[in-house]
Design a protein around this ligand. Structure first.
Ligand SMILES: Cc1ncc(COP(=O)(O)O)c(C=O)c1O
Length: 209
């Protein structure tokens, strides 16, 4: 069974090779990303898309994963896109997890689900000031154009605005930050089960392996 790094309670990818530390595992994964970008040729890689915390496929990468992968992307001028479809709007105790929880400012954030709490279908994409400036400064003959049939639909927009208003009024993010540690602590005893190898998570996201 892989070692359990419970002493410092850090996120601990359960399936790393036996005997490998979480730090070495992180270094290996980051190196794999850089190697792949180099192999493909950075000029052929438009972007790297990652969930701040992969919901159905992992939950909580090792500490430092976000800043290290962002550094790799910056080094090769590859855009970094945070998919916050799951992590956005409260699940991690913030409207978006990327900056307040994981300390990175991505070039773009995609989101949906919690944007309207699911009452009306609505998705959105945001671009950073850094990227916006590069698009806005586009030279003559190059323009950026984008649109969908239902872009900026007023019904979905109204649902999103009302949802955000309610989240603020009811202090949902603060509530998640308060109950999150309790939720994580309450799950830890599952480790005592012989069929559970690892329990980890962040705020109101968790997984058992
Ligand atoms: C993290 C994440 N990204 C993207 C999607 C797909 O979103 P959509 O169906 O709005 O394209 C999902 C759907 O569950 C998701 O969980």
């Amino acid at each position: 069974m892989p070692p359990q790094d419970l002493a410092n309670d850090q996120p601990n990818p359960y399936r790393r090779p036996e005997g490998m530390s979480a730090e070495a595992f992180l270094d290996q994964k980051v190196q794999e990303l850089e190697d792949r970008i180099v192999e493909l040729g950075p000029e052929n890689v438009a972007c790297f898309i990652a969930e701040p915390s992969l919901a159905s496929g992992g939950v909580v990468p090792p500490v430092g994963h976000h800043s290290s992968t962002l550094e790799v992307c910056r080094r090769h001028d590859v855009l970094y896109i945070s998919d916050e479809v799951v992590t956005g709007f409260g699940r991690n105790g913030a409207i978006f997890a990327s900056e307040p929880v994981y300390g990175i400012v991505p070039d773009m954030i995609t989101c949906a689900k919690g944007l309207t709490s699911g009452y009306v279908p609505l998705g959105a994409v945001m671009v950073s000031d850094r990227l916006y400036r590069r698009i806005a400064e586009t030279t003559e003959g190059r323009i950026f154009a984008n649109g969908f049939t239902y872009s900026s639909h007023p019904v979905a927009g109204a649902a999103g605005l009302k949802n955000l208003e309610i989240m603020e009024r009811e202090e949902i993010c603060a509530h998640v930050r308060e109950v999150g540690p309790y939720f994580q602590a309450a799950l830890k005893p599952l480790m005592d089960s012989p069929i559970v190898g690892d329990v980890r998570g962040s705020h109101l996201m968790a997984c058992c392996r």
